[in-house]
Ligand binder design. Structure first.
Ligand code: UDP
Length: 140
C-alpha cells in the first residue's frame, strides 16, 4: 500500500478542552506519523478559503465563524493509506452517527463542533496541505 499524506485540523472545540495530545495519540497509536504541525488562529479569510467548496451550503457562515472562534492545530499526517485511515480514526461527520472508539464519537460536541478535519481524497489532501504548509516544513 502507498505511503500517503493527509491534512488534519484539530478544531477550536478540541483545543479549548485541551484535547490536542489525546487526539494526537489516536493518530500515533494507529501508525500515522505527525510530520508537520502548527497552532494558529484562523482569520475569516483563511477559513473561507479553506472551506470554499462549501460556500453555497447553509452551514457555511456558521462553520467559518466556529473555525475562527479559537486556536486550531493544522497538521500533516503520513502513513500507509493515510487519507482513508485518518477518516476511519475520525469517524462520521455527525458524532451521533460515528462508530465507537472514533475521535468524533468520543470527543465531538456537535455536527459542527466535531473536533477534527481530515482530507477526503489524496487530491484534496495535496491541495489542503499546500494551503497551510511549505514543503520544507514537512519533515517525514
Ligand atoms: N458541517 C456542519 N453542518 C453540516 C455538515 C457539516 O456544520 O450539516 C461542518 C462540520 O464541521 C464538518 C464540516 O462542516 O466537519 C465540513 O463538512 P463535510 O461534509 O466536508 O464533513 P467532513 O469531511 O468534515 O466529515
Amino acid at each position: 500500500m502507498a505511503i500517503e499524506r493527509t491534512l488534519s485540523i484539530i478544531k477550536p472545540d478540541a483545543t479549548r478542552r485541551n484535547l490536542t495530545g489525546a487526539i494526537n495519540a489516536r493518530f500515533e497509536e494507529r501508525g500515522l506519523r505527525i510530520v508537520a504541525q502548527r497552532r494558529l488562529r484562523m482569520t475569516k479569510a483563511v477559513a473561507e478559503g479553506f472551506y470554499a467548496v462549501h460556500k453555497e451550503r447553509s452551514f457555511f457562515n456558521s462553520l467559518v465563524e466556529f473555525m475562527c472562534s479559537g486556536p486550531v492545530v493544522v497538521q500533516v499526517l503520513e502513513g500507509e493509506n493515510a487519507v482513508a485511515l485518518n477518516r476511519e480514526i475520525m469517524g462520521a461527520t455527525n458524532p451521533a452517527n460515528a462508530d465507537a472508539g472514533t475521535i468524533r464519537k468520543d470527543f465531538a460536541e456537535s455536527i459542527e463542533a466535531n473536533s477534527v478535519h481530515g482530507s477526503d481524497s489524496p487530491e484534496n489532501a495535496a491541495k489542503e496541505i499546500a494551503y497551510f504548509f511549505a514543503e520544507v516544513e514537512i519533515v517525514g
